[in-house]
Design a binder for this molecule. Structure first.
Ligand code: ATP
Ligand code: MG
Ligand code: FE
Length: 350
């Protein structure tokens, strides 16, 4: 199959063409138009502005993706678009555009869960085999997931308050580093001392692999207030200490996630990190150590596949079609838990 994948759930207008089969797919084009400059002045994504911008650019981005892949619409076998979770206005633009494209080309439309797409991205980039253990660390989520087979995912634990990216974005905002915060915090942290502040690792003593970032955010705010007016040095030290605390928390909890994983499936093939926050070098290194200690490979997709993109959406359709999974409800939705995309677990126990 040659699948066109459309992603408009947040502030990236992205379209890609992916060909091939599960574990062996090729990205023919992957166009990502970021709206960062439109939202920067507001310190975060403004849903109405995002939706309108998607409407203005989706056609051009799609043409670029087709031209970049050197295929015309007639060569496309399936049209996939993110149907959720995400911002409804943007989702509507992408999914409606996708459905129209599918109707025009007389091809099936495949609605895709954005989280499933993040979770499957290491199979696209590295051909990671099922079952594998996922740290899903994105702008709106922070959870550990057992990816058991196509369409079958079990949430092992996750955040009880903020998402991982949210923690980075809020820290950046507090320190005046602008939006989006993740890359800015990572850059500032490079110059800083991670030992200057002993920020807490929330829920460290609680069993299991649930996460929490709210207490960490408060600790960062208190440190920033105490050090005000902040010098560049202070900002760098706070960022480095914050990142270090997130790394310590993820080290602890990902080891527990692997334990929880083995309770439902004996042999994970890898520990993987996906989502925009998985672009963070310090966190990647920390998770790689956990995997190594466990005798497992660590995989994180290249940066171009960590943030939102159309390739992971197209690839998810390739997996679902190959596995014979039903296309499901094409209507968009703002909330769509990963477990809900699961195929009926016939004979899968429990
Ligand atoms: P979701 O996938 O949960 O719906 P989203 O699609 O908005 O949310 P992504 O695009 O996957 O999220 O990731 C964006 C997030 O990743 C932002 O919060 C951003 O700050 C964060 N991020 C990007 N680069 C880095 C980095 N180098 N370090 C830490 N965080 C980062
Ligand atoms: Mg984004
Ligand atoms: Fe995302």
């Amino acid at each position: 199959p040659h699948v066109i994948g459309i992603e408009t759930s947040c502030d990236e207008c992205a379209v890609a063409i992916v060909a091939g089969r599960p574990g062996k797919a090729r990205i023919l084009s992957n166009v990502v138009l970021s709206q960062i400059d439109l939202h920067q002045a507001y310190g975060g994504v403004v849903p109405e502005i995002a939706a309108r911008a998607h409407g203005e650019t989706i056609d051009r981005v799609t043409r670029e993706a087709l031209a970049g892949a050197g295929v015309d619409l007639g060569a496309v076998t399936h049209v996939a678009a993110t149907a959720g979770p995400g911002l409804l206005g943007g989702l509507l633009v992408g999914a409606t555009f996708g459905r129209a494209l599918a109707a025009a080309a007389d091809r099936p439309f495949v609605p895709v869960n954005h989280l499933e797409a993040h979770v499957l991205s290491p199979r696209l980039s590295d051909g990671v085999a099922f079952p594998y253990c996922v740290a899903l660390l994105s702008g709106g989520h922070a959870q550990f997931v057992a990816a058991l087979e196509p369409g079958v995912y079990r949430r092992l634990g996750g955040t009880i308050d903020d998402a991982a990216g949210e923690a980075f974005d809020k820290t950046a905002k507090l320190l005046g580093l602008g939006y989006p915060g993740g890359p800015a915090v990572e850059a500032a942290a490079r110059e800083g001392d991670p030992k200057r502040y002993a920020f807490p690792t929330p829920l460290a003593r609680r069993e299991g692999c649930d996460l929490s970032f709210a207490g960490l955010k408060t600790a960062v705010r208190l440190a920033a207030e105490a050090a005000a007016p902040l010098t560049d040095r202070d900002v760098a030290d706070i960022c480095a200490s914050f990142q270090d605390a997130v790394a310590r928390l993820l080290v602890l909890k990902s080891a527990r996630a692997l334990e929880a994983f083995r309770a439902i499936a004996p042999a994970p093939t890898a520990l993987v990190a996906v989502g925009g926050v998985a672009a963070n070098g310090t966190l990647r290194a920390a998770l790689a150590e956990v995997a190594a200690r466990d005798g497992l490979p660590f995989v994180a997709p290249p940066l171009s596949l960590c943030g939102d993109n159309g390739a992971m959406i197209a690839y998810t359709a390739i997996e679902r079609v190959a596995a014979g999974l039903p296309a499901g409800d094409p209507r968009v939705r703002s909330r769509w838990p990963l477990d809900a995309t699961a195929a009926p677990m016939i004979g899968a126990g429990k």
